[in-house]
Design a protein around this ligand. Structure first.
Ligand code: TTP
Ligand code: MG
Length: 365
């Protein structure tokens, strides 16, 4: 069966997260910056929204230069806060994961997925799933992304690039060469500037030219493994699998409390969203846990934990809400200082083979 592979990439990710957090900046040029601290403006731009890109601002550019380009354009320069984007990223990956067969995180804002089985090899049905993923992310996180579908990872990645911003590009197997043949080889996934240069030396500039190239000639220059990949990728036939990264051994979420407290009930209240997150992560990862931990980081930054191990695997976090409340009151009784941050950890994870009945059990579609 022809594989159905997807690639998803968030649009101007860090800057978009900042716009969602503070909608009043929308419409103005926004640059998220990594200030190095040496002088007031030393450092580089991490990413910029599309308005700022219109004026030539891009990732990796010195902040000083970006400011110059945006002078008089009412720009916003925001300090990069990586933990914030990581938390959003984690939630998005879980949203996307719940719709596909396998999801491979390829970066903070991008992932490959395999929909061959889910779509029974049908690109139209995969396109509906892709639209659903886009909608779920827009509804859940108010963020737009671009998605590409194709018969291999290299094709899917090119497709999502061409769908930017906010689009969906479906490259059916028959249209693969028409779609990518005229593009420069440097656009192919995994092909860096050095490879491009060598290929240029061989008179190979476009993907179509690479697809037609003699494999034994390529082997002389790149070795067998890379030569076979290049040739297959250019033909849309690379078989690099989509693989879930190493299974996690625990899931956890920690939040900073609105104000320091020793009140276990207050800690539980503020953890509602984190608990919901963990609950959906269990569902989308088809995973159960046996050990539940309550974590508190006190005002002197020491960490206290209380745990309970259950005899049988638990699929649904809400079932053990009372146990979690108990753990937090134990923490509260024993703590000699107030809590500053609190969290939940689920460990002793195992694969949940009966996902369907779980979905029915918790009443989710
Ligand atoms: P990208 O997906 O490459 O860029 P982007 O999401 O900002 O924009 P696009 O719409 O073109 O996808 O990278 C994801 C995030 O990684 C980006 O928001 C910020 C960060 N990043 C850097 O910090 N430095 C860099 O040089 C690049 C390329 C990205
Ligand atoms: Mg992106």
């Amino acid at each position: 069966m022809v594989r159905v592979i997807g690639h998803i990439d968030l649009d101007y990710f860090f800057a978009q997260v900042e716009e969602v957090e503070n909608p009043s900046i929308k419409g103005r040029p926004v640059a998220v910056c990594v200030f190095s601290g040496r002088t007031k403006d030393s450092g580089v731009v991490s990413t910029a929204n599309y308005k700022a890109r219109e004026f030539g601002v891009k990732s990796g550019m010195p902040i000083v230069l970006a400011k110059r380009r945006l002078e008089g354009r009412d720009p916003i320069m925001i300090r990069m806060e990586i933990t914030k984007y990581e938390a959003v990223s984690e939630r998005i990956m879980e949203l996307a994961r719940s719709h596909v067969d396998i999801l491979e995180e390829a970066g903070i804002d991008e992932a490959f997925f395999d929909l061959t089985i889910g779509s029974r090899g049908d690109f139209n049905s995969a396109a509906s799933v892709a639209r659903k993923i886009k909608e779920t992310i827009l509804e859940g996180e108010r963020l737009t992304c671009s998605v590409g579908l194709g018969r291999s990872k290299a094709v899917a990645k090119l497709a999502s690039d061409s769908a930017k911003p906010g689009g969906l590009m479906v490259v059916s197997p028959d249209s693969t060469m028409a779609f990518m043949g005229s593009l420069n080889v440097g656009n192919l996934y995994g092909v860096g500037p050095k490879t491009v240069k060598t290929l240029e030396g061989l008179g190979i500039g476009t993907i179509a030219e690479l697809a037609r190239a003699d494999v034994s000639l390529l082997q002389d220059y790149f070795g067998r493994k890379l030569a076979l990949y290049l040739h297959a990728a250019a033909n849309g036939e690379d078989d690099d699998p989509v693989e879930e990264r190493q299974e996690p051994t625990q899931f956890s979420r920690i939040i900073t409390l609105k104000s320091d407290t020793t009140d276990a009930e207050e800690a539980m209240n503020q953890l509602t969203e984190a608990a919901d997150d963990l609950r959906s992560r269990l569902i989308s990862r088809k995973t159960s846990f046996r050990t539940l931990s309550a974590i508190a980081i006190l005002t002197n930054l020491s960490t206290k934990t209380r745990s309970k191990t259950f005899e049988t695997p638990i699929w649904d976090l809400s079932i053990v809400k009372n146990a979690l409340a108990d753990l937090f009151s134990q923490l509260s009784d024993s703590a000699d200082r107030e809590f500053r941050r609190v969290g939940i950890r689920l460990s002793d994870l195992s694969a949940n083979s009966d996902q369907k009945s779980l979905a029915e059990y918790v009443g989710e579609p």
